[in-house]
Design a protein around this ligand. Structure first.
Ligand SMILES: Cc1cc2nc3c(=O)[nH]c(=O)nc-3n(C[C@H](O)[C@H](O)[C@H](O)COP(=O)(O)OP(=O)(O)OC[C@H]3O[C@@H](n4cnc5c(N)ncnc54)[C@H](O)[C@@H]3O)c2cc1C
Length: 465
């Protein structure tokens, strides 16, 4: 094995190859904590050419070497974990941001650019990159593309796919594919870049991208609402969406809020009295009339008993504070090592779906705490289950499999998806067939063979060949 790694020194410097124990531990895992990292080595290429040479090197040893493309490792499906002696290929040193073209509204960047750095670069030029979520400070553009990331603004701006105009990848066959014409209209045959978006590093390694951007929303304003019932969410959403220019519609429960407050300690609760559910709507406050309309909707909803109370941001600081209650949930829950799932159903069916899941899970697992939050404006729910305090890791692991089974049975009834935005990775591989037909999975495997004929890229993720 050492001899194989030594071969890399023909084109990589010593500091681009690490077998340091701490690095193996850090770069061998993502945000899921269900898998023990065990990579062989971590590589830090600095150019597309070096990525290509690494892939060609791996092809030479295809019987024994496979590659795990790695971004910011904030993934929640075990897509970037290396558990079987794989070589991790970290894109973090490929982090240059290129020119921003105001006429075409395009910006080029390397795959290892941190999402927030790109957002800020674009913001400093007076524009807006709208793909956004709580892991923005660590996740990378390459990872966002490879997971087709969603986030809090999908209701208005769509997923990452909408913002990718061009792509450069090194395929598992060791070829560089430049899909970088970045034209608004280009129907010359298949749009191949779409196949790589959301492919979780299983077809190619994204080395750079050309991204679109837009103008910033005008005075984004947040209203946080308290409500007694999730059933009211659809009517509340309908009312806001039909009369205001919404940029987000999120929800969380009282239990989720409590975990955030416990974790932050410095934050005070948003309301004096608690309520079972909270809805957060963000809208563009283009004029005073918009604010009047928002307040009119609020009054109507309150008079009709759909909401209990609400609070409106008056400035950016207050807006960020209100967002904090929602965005800090994942971090606050992480210390409990909860069972997590990211699923989607039709927006109109969310209340019924949640009710049914609650009934099934409470009946079968009476001692666990269920915590819901998510992007309900686009049908995306994050369910978290926290174990009993004295439950052993191994017992909880087994229970999680049963929880998934029960949850997915209900999900199938609602024709939902087992992965709204986090991908399949290792975590959801056993359940892929619940959301995709055998024919679809077979087609995916055939596509994998075209771009990764030796099966060296992220093997065992999404599906087994
Ligand atoms: C607190 C928190 C909140 C989150 N909120 C959201 C949310 O709202 N919406 C959402 O969609 N996600 C969310 N996520 C999940 C995660 O941040 C996203 O999936 C993100 O896009 C992953 O990017 P990354 O760079 O960390 O990728 P990684 O975790 O490093 O990798 C993810 C997958 O992409 C592959 N990959 C990474 N880089 C490349 C590359 N250059 N070329 C090819 N393949 C590559 C990996 O092999 C892996 O399969 C959240 C995560 C956390 C921790």
């Amino acid at each position: 094995m050492d001899a194989q790694l030594s071969e890399l020194k023909k084109f990589l410097k010593n500091d681009q190859i690490s077998t340091d124990v701490q690095d193996l531990e850090n770069y061998g895992r993502d945000w899921t904590r269900a898998f023990s990292p065990k990579p062989l080595a971590i590589l830090f290429p600095q150019s597309t050419h070096e990525v290509q040479l690494i892939v060609q090197w791996a092809i030479t040893y295809k019987e024994s070497i496979s590659l795990v493309p790695s971004g910011g490792r904030t993934g929640l499906s075990g897509g970037a974990v290396a558990t079987k002696g794989e070589v991790v290929l970290s894109l973090q040193r490929m982090n240059k941001i290129g020119d921003l073209n105001e006429i075409d509204r395009l910006i080029s960047c390397e795959a290892g650019v941190v999402t927030q750095d790109l957002q800020e670069f674009v913001k400093n030029k007076g524009y807006f990159f709208p793909v956004d979520f709580a892991s923005r400070g660590s996740s990378q553009i390459g990872g966002n593309i490879s997971t087709n990331a969603g986030g809090t603004k999908v209701i208005r701006y769509g997923l990452m796919r909408e913002w990718v105009a061009g792509l450069e990848v090194v395929t598992g066959a060791g070829e560089i594919l430049k899909m970088d014409q970045a034209l608004v209209k280009n129907n010359a045959g298949y749009d191949l870049k779409q196949l790589f978006i959301g492919s979780e590093g299983s077809l190619g390694i994204v080395t750079s991208a050309i991204l679109k951007f837009t103008t910033p929303p005008e005075i984004p304003t947040v209203i946080l609402l308290q409500s007694a019932k999730l059933d009211f969410s659809t009517e509340i959403l309908k009312r806001f969406q039909s009369r205001l220019s919404l940029t987000a519609f999120e929800f969380f429960t009282q239990t989720a809020l409590e975990k955030v407050l416990e974790n932050q300690k410095t934050e005070s609760a948003p309301f004096q009295k608690s309520s079972p559910f909270y809805f957060l709507a963000e809208f563009e406050q283009k004029s005073d009339a918009v604010m009047d309309e928002a307040l009119a909707i609020f009054d109507e909803l309150k008079a009709e008993g759909l909401i209990i109370d609400g609070t409106l941001s008056q400035n950016d600081q207050q807006r960020e504070k209100l967002w904090g209650y929602r965005e800090n949930i994942s971090e606050a829950l992480s210390k409990f090592k909860p069972y997590k799932n990211d699923i989607s159903v039709k927006i109109s069916e969310i209340p019924e779906f949640v009710r049914e899941v609650e009934v099934v899970l409470t009946k079968n697992f009476p001692k666990v705490d269920i915590i819901w939050f998510g992007h309900i404006g686009d049908g995306n729910l994050h369910i978290n289950v926290i174990r009993q305090a004295d439950q052993l890791d191994s017992d909880f692991e087994n229970e999680c499999k049963d929880i998934s089974q029960k949850l997915f049975e209900v999900l199938k009834k609602f024709n939902g998806s087992i992965s709204a935005e986090h991908g399949i990775g290792l975590l959801k591989k056993p359940y892929l067939s619940l959301s995709r037909t055998p024919e679809e999975i077979q087609a995916m495997k055939q596509i994998k063979k075209v771009f990764d004929p030796h099966g060296i890229l992220n093997p065992g993720k999404i599906f087994d060949l």
